[in-house]
Design a binder for this molecule. Structure first.
Ligand code: SF4
Ligand code: SF4
Length: 390
């Protein structure tokens, strides 16, 4: 399936959805979209968008529908008008659940975003079938913002885009290829360089600005990690605004970039929603002193990284099944953020035993392949010891 083929699937179902009357309140920060390819006039999105991948759940793991619906309603009532879901979120239950909630709202009062699961599309027909299924699941006749989910340059030659999990070079390849309406990237104050795979950093942001492609941001709080900083890391922030939450700093940093049109936050509890709404009510971009404080926090966190693994995976596969970059990633999280209880739980309950560092037999194959020349074997031994002792 080529990129150009794909546009036929959407047809009028994408464009007819652009509306001009999305609900708004006086307090919420909104960003207006410039015309893109003759469409998109008068689009005004709330700077805070609702990411529908982290709803509160029941002990069995299903979406806690009464709580999640109350969160969605409260966000909408506070002026949030952008809701972002995807085919696989919550094991496929996010789209049908969101569909049941938005069925009670006037369709023109919000913007709905979802994404094509590229990995499930072998042909144009399959993509068409999935798209129709998404419309049924969501109970809508059109989708306002439609993304191809998780595009990489390697996947691009047979697909069409896009939310992007690639570095700046991969992103640039895709961005320059066609006149995109918008794109969705990960961006936060900790990942501003593009050394790590899957992150395009400041360079990615600058490219979208240069090419005039409006930007939607995902993971502004880095999966929640920037919402719970160790005391030394948050000291520069507390010195300026003692009452402000760590999350509010991360969100304001992202929102201070003028080409950012929506910031998605997957809010899974009432206090998160309340805090985020306060941040986006009468939104204040960071001052120069505040930006400097955030940079100080980022520099402190970077200084605590245990090992400079970029996640490139050139060292993989390990013949013993060790997932080397995943082991390093959890170790680095421990180094940067502390939070031993959370990391202990992730290590014990969520990290597959078969992929742990302990299976390393020190063959050295990975070290020969690592472009960063990391001392992988010794680091694996050390991290296994540290994480087991938590
Ligand atoms: S040294 Fe250890 S981690 Fe590296 S490839 Fe060999 S067994 Fe796997
Ligand atoms: S250990 Fe080296 S090769 Fe493996 S993912 Fe990290 S940086 Fe890449």
């Amino acid at each position: 399936m080529s990129a150009r083929d794909f546009s036929g699937i959407l047809g009028d179902k994408r464009r007819s959805g652009w509306n001009t009357a999305a609900s708004c309140t006086k307090e919420m920060e909104y960003r207006a979209w410039k015309k893109q390819n003759g469409a998109g006039e008068s689009i005004r999105t709330s700077l805070l968008g609702y990411g529908c991948m982290r709803f509160p759940t029941t002990p069995e793991g299903a979406i806690d529908e009464p709580r999640a619906e109350a969160l969605l309603n409260a966000a909408r009532d506070a002026g949030v008008n952008y809701f972002d879901t995807a085919y696989p979120y919550h094991g496929g239950q996010s789209e049908p659940f969101v569909g049941r909630v938005i069925a009670k709202w006037p369709r023109e009062s919000f913007y709905l975003a979802t994404k094509m699961p590229l990995w499930q599309c072998g042909s144009l027909e399959e993509a068409q079938h999935i798209f129709e299924e998404q419309l049924r699941r969501l109970g809508v006749e059109y989708i306002d913002f439609y993304l191809l989910h998780s595009l990489h340059a390697a996947r691009y030659d047979r697909s069409f885009g896009f939310s992007c999990h690639d570095n700046a070079a991969g992103l640039e390849h895709i961005l320059r290829d066609q006149p995109w309406d918008f794109c969705q990237l990960q961006y936060n104050y900790l990942d501003t360089d593009d050394r790590a795979e899957e992150i395009s950093g400041d360079r990615g942001y600058q490219l979208t600005e240069e090419l005039n492609i409006p930007l939607i941001i995902m993971e502004p709080i880095k999966g929640g990690t920037l919402a719970n900083l160790p005391p030394e890391a948050e000291a520069p922030l507390r010195a300026l605004r003692p009452e402000a939450s760590d999350a509010s700093w991360a969100l304001r940093w992202v929102g201070s970039h003028r080409n950012v049109h929506v910031i998605l936050s997957g809010m899974s509890a009432e206090d998160q929603l309340t805090d985020n709404l306060a941040t986006f009510a009468r939104f204040e971009p960071l001052t120069a002193a505040e930006t400097a404080a955030v940079e100080q926090t980022a520099a402190f966190l970077h200084s605590r990284i245990k090992i400079g693994c970029t996640g490139c995976r050139y060292c993989m596969p390990c013949p013993m099944g060790v997932d080397i970059p995943d082991n390093f990633s959890i170790w680095n999280k421990l180094g940067m953020f502390g939070q031993p209880e959370t990391i202990k739980h992730q290590w014990e309950a969520r990290f597959p035993d078969a992929e742990k560092a302990s299976h390393c037999v020190r063959c050295g194959k990975c070290e020969a392949a690592c472009p960063q020349h990391l001392p992988i074997r010794n680091a694996l031994a050390q991290l296994q010891q540290e994480l087991d002792q938590l």
